[in-house]
Design a protein around this ligand. Structure first.
Ligand SMILES: [Zn+2]
Length: 298
């Protein structure tokens, strides 16, 4: 099957009319290269019409398109699962798990768990760190909102550090986020290690926590109230507004998963045509994940 391109939900459901259409799509991704039986390495097979599983001609081991992927044991049907993946990737804001549950006639816990599995596939590989002009700043989320004067250590608020890469025209190219326990250089350093290239030209405000990081990174500390911070402030404002409007309550330990979802869409906004297909491929490459493995806090 050809890979699905586009952002239209009408085109989407016209392409994927049945669960079988979705299984055929998964099979075409899984066995894109040559088939090789996972039990005996034989390369000849028969396709089962019921679910596009491959039946090895030698040992008769049968492998379904969903085996060893996030789609394994999805009981509410592959078409509904595809719909959720499409809404979480190709739309601008996605939906909360309770909205998704209503839309697809599934229970809220089922929607919630599956959406967390999708988010686990959205987690960055950390192989393409931001580079060029990068702004780093921190913000708080939750609890009573007020400005972050003096970096208070209010424990009810979640502390997050953001790194935003700008393009040549000064627009936002990519953004990543990390939850931090405090504003020490050790905690702030986490986003540098995972998401920022040592080649990047980084700008931060004058907070002392950034100073020790200058040994490893090219950091210029400037006054935070300059217009230079306009783009990163806009992104921080947008991510907070999205979290507030979509998720009324979330466990602090899960916040990074929601931030991963936000980054995934934002960082691929110029590749919206292929974002669904690319996410499906990522989900096919991840083993079946249980609650324990994705470390979701309930
Ligand atoms: Zn075999």
């Amino acid at each position: 099957m050809e890979s699905f391109k586009g952002e239209s939900i009408i085109d989407f459901f016209n392409t994927f009319k049945t669960d079988l259409d979705c299984l055929e799509y998964l099979a075409s991704i899984k066995w894109k290269g040559d088939f090789r039986c996972s039990k005996c390495n034989h390369t000849k097979f028969t396709i089962r019409k019921l679910n596009f599983a491959r039946d090895c001609n030698l040992c008769h081991h049968v492998e379904s398109p969903t085996a060893n992927t996030i789609f394994h044991k999805v009981k509410f049907g592959t078409r509904k699962a595809f719909g959720i993946v499409f809404e979480m990737s190709a739309t601008t804001k996605s939906l909360s798990s309770s909205q998704m549950a209503k839309r697809y006639s599934i229970s809220r816990p089922t929607a919630w768990l599956f959406m967390h599995k999708v988010r686990s596939a959205m987690h960055s590989s950390e192989l393409n760190p931001v580079v060029g002009t990068v702004y780093v700043d921190e913000f708080v989320y939750g609890g009573k909102e007020n400005l972050k004067q003096g970096r208070s250590n209010n424990t009810k608020k979640k502390k997050i550090v953001a790194a935003v890469e700008l393009d040549e025209k000064g627009g936002v190219k990519r953004a990543y986020f990390k939850r931090i326990d405090d504003y020490s250089s050790d905690e702030l350093g986490k986003i540098f290690q995972s998401h920022i290239s040592p080649e990047a030209k980084i700008k931060t405000d004058k907070w002392t926590g950034y100073k020790p990081l200058k040994k490893q990174y090219n950091i210029e500390q400037i006054k935070s109230n300059t217009s230079d911070f306009f783009q990163i402030n806009t992104i921080i404002h947008q991510v907070k507004a999205w979290l507030r409007s979509t998720y009324s309550w979330m466990h602090e330990q899960n916040i990074e998963k929601y931030l991963d979802e936000y980054s995934y869409r934002l960082n691929r906004s110029i590749h919206k045509q292929s974002i669904f297909n690319n996410l499906i491929i990522k989900m096919m490459n991840q083993n079946h994940i249980g609650l324990q493995k994705i470390k979701i806090s309930i």
